[in-house]
Design a protein around this ligand. Structure first.
Ligand SMILES: Cc1cc2nc3c(=O)[nH]c(=O)nc-3n(C[C@H](O)[C@H](O)[C@H](O)COP(=O)(O)O)c2cc1C
Length: 347
C-alpha cells in the first residue's frame, strides 16, 4: 500500500490546471501508467483507463502512476447497462464474421456471458486509493456512488453526449462534465446502448451544457492548438484529447494502429458498432466498410465476439479497430510532454 500522505488529495478542479489539457483515458491498450503520468507531470491532467482491467490490475496501474509522478491524475470507468441479450441478432452477426475469422484462425465465442466489467469492485478500489478524480463513461451511476466519492473529496467527471445526459449527471451529483462531441475518437459515451447518436458537435454541446453549474471539459476532434482554443472559447475549462496521444512512445498503441494514423491510404473516420456493439469512431478500413451496416447494438457481447479476431489480426490495419477522432491528421510521433506543450494555448 502507498503512503497516501505524500500526495495532494484535495479535490481536483479542472478549472485550475496549469495547462488546460486532459489526457483521455484510452482503454484496450493505448492507456498506460507512463502516459497518464507524463501528461500530469507536464501540467495537464492524465486519466488512466480502468475499463477491461481487473480490480487488482487497476490498483497496480494506479501504483505505477504514483511511482512515476506525484502530480494528481484521474481514472475512468465504463458504467454498465445490462440489456436483454438479443441472441438472434448476435448469432446472425457471428455468422457473418465467421469467414473472416476463419482466414485468421480465430475462434469466435458462441454466447458470451454479460459482464459488468467489475464496476462495483473498481469503485471500491478508487475510493480506497483516493485518486484525484474519477470519470464515468456510458452512463451516470447511482447518486450514492457520486456521494461516496464526494465524501472523500474525489472529483467526479461524467462523459455526456447530450444536454439530457448532462442534466442526469449533474442531478446525480457529478462535480464536472466531459462534453464529448461527435468528432471524438473511440467509443461514444451515449448513456443508452440502443439510442441513436445525437451527433452533436463538441462546440455546440459545450454551449448547451455550460449553464448547468459545473465545470465542463470539452472532448472531440482536437488536431492542434486551434481546436483547443475553440473548445475553450465555447466555454470549456479544458480540452480532453485522445487521438493525438496515440503515437506517443508512452502510449501502448499497437504498431499497426500507429502506422495507420500516418498512412495516407486512410482518408476518413466514421462511427461504427462493428467492433463492440456500441458506437465508436475509427479510421475507415475494410472491416468498418463491410460490417457497419450489419452490426447489432449488442454490447458488451459483440465486443467479446470480435476480441479473438482482433487479437489474431493484430497486425492487419484492415481488420483491427483503429480508433481515431476527426483531428487524426494532427497526430505526430512526439513525446506526451511535447504533445501537451504543443497543445498549450498559453504557449
Ligand atoms: C483509442 C481510444 C480509446 C478510448 N478509450 C476511452 C475510454 O476507455 N474511456 C473513455 O471515457 N473514453 C475513451 N475514449 C474517448 C476519449 O475519452 C475522448 O472522448 C476522445 O479521445 C476525444 O476525441 P479525440 O480522440 O478526437 O481527441 C477513447 C478514445 C480513443 C481514441
Amino acid at each position: 500500500m502507498f503512503d497516501l500522505s505524500a500526495f495532494d488529495l484535495s479535490a481536483f478542479d479542472p478549472s485550475t490546471l496549469a495547462v488546460p489539457i486532459v489526457g483521455a483515458p484510452m482503454a484496450g491498450g493505448p492507456s498506460t501508467p507512463a502516459l497518464t503520468a507524463a501528461i500530469s507531470a507536464a501540467g495537464g491532467f492524465g486519466i488512466l483507463a480502468g475499463a477491461y482491467l481487473s480490480p487488482d490490475a487497476l490498483r497496480a496501474e494506479i501504483a505505477a502512476v504514483r511511482a512515476a509522478t506525484d502530480a494528481p491524475f484521474g481514472v475512468n470507468l465504463f458504467v454498465p447497462e445490462e440489456l436483454v441479450f438479443d441472441a438472434a441478432a448476435f448469432d446472425e452477426y457471428r455468422a457473418r464474421l465467421l469467414p473472416l475469422a476463419g482466414m485468421f484462425g480465430a475462434e469466435l465465442p458462441t454466447a458470451p456471458a454479460y459482464t459488468d466489467d467489475a464496476f462495483a469492485a473498481k469503485v471500491d478500489v478508487l475510493l480506497d486509493e483516493r485518486v484525484a478524480a474519477v470519470s464515468f463513461t456510458f452512463g451516470a451511476p447511482a447518486p450514492k456512488v457520486y456521494a461516496a466519492f464526494a465524501d472523500r473529496d474525489i472529483a467526479t467527471v461524467t462523459t455526456v453526449t447530450t444536454l439530457d445526459e448532462a442534466r442526469i449527471a449533474v442531478a446525480s451529483g457529478s462535480t464536472a462534465l466531459c462534453a464529448q462531441g461527435i468528432e471524438a475518437g473511440g467509443h461514444r459515451s451515449t448513456f443508452e446502448i440502443l439510442a441513436d447518436d445525437s451527433e452533436i458537435g463538441v462546440g455546440d454541446l459545450i454551449v448547451a451544457v455550460a449553464g448547468l453549474g459545473v465545470p465542463v471539459i470539452g472532448a472531440g476532434g482536437v488536431g492542434g492548438v486551434d481546436d483547443v482554443r475553440a473548445i475553450l472559447a465555447a466555454g470549456a475549462v479544458a480540452a480532453q484529447v485522445g487521438t493525438l496521444f496515440l503515437p506517443t512512445p508512452e502510449a501502448g498503441t499497437r504498431a499497426a494502429h500507429r502506422a495507420a494514423l500516418a498512412d495516407p491510404r486512410f482518408t476518413a473516420t466514421a462511427t461504427t458498432r462493428a467492433y463492440s456493439g456500441r458506437l465508436a469512431r475509427a479510421l475507415v478500413n475494410d472491416f468498418v466498410r463491410d460490417f457497419t451496416d450489419v452490426a447489432p447494438p449488442v454490447y458488451p457481447q459483440v465486443n467479446t465476439l470480435t476480441g479473438p479476431l482482433r487479437r489474431a489480426a493484430a497486425d492487419d490495419p484492415q481488420v483491427i479497430n483503429l480508433w481515431a477522432g476527426t483531428g487524426w491528421r494532427g497526430a505526430r510521433p512526439a513525446s506526451a510532454a511535447e504533445v501537451v506543450a504543443h497543445l498549450n494555448p498559453n504557449n
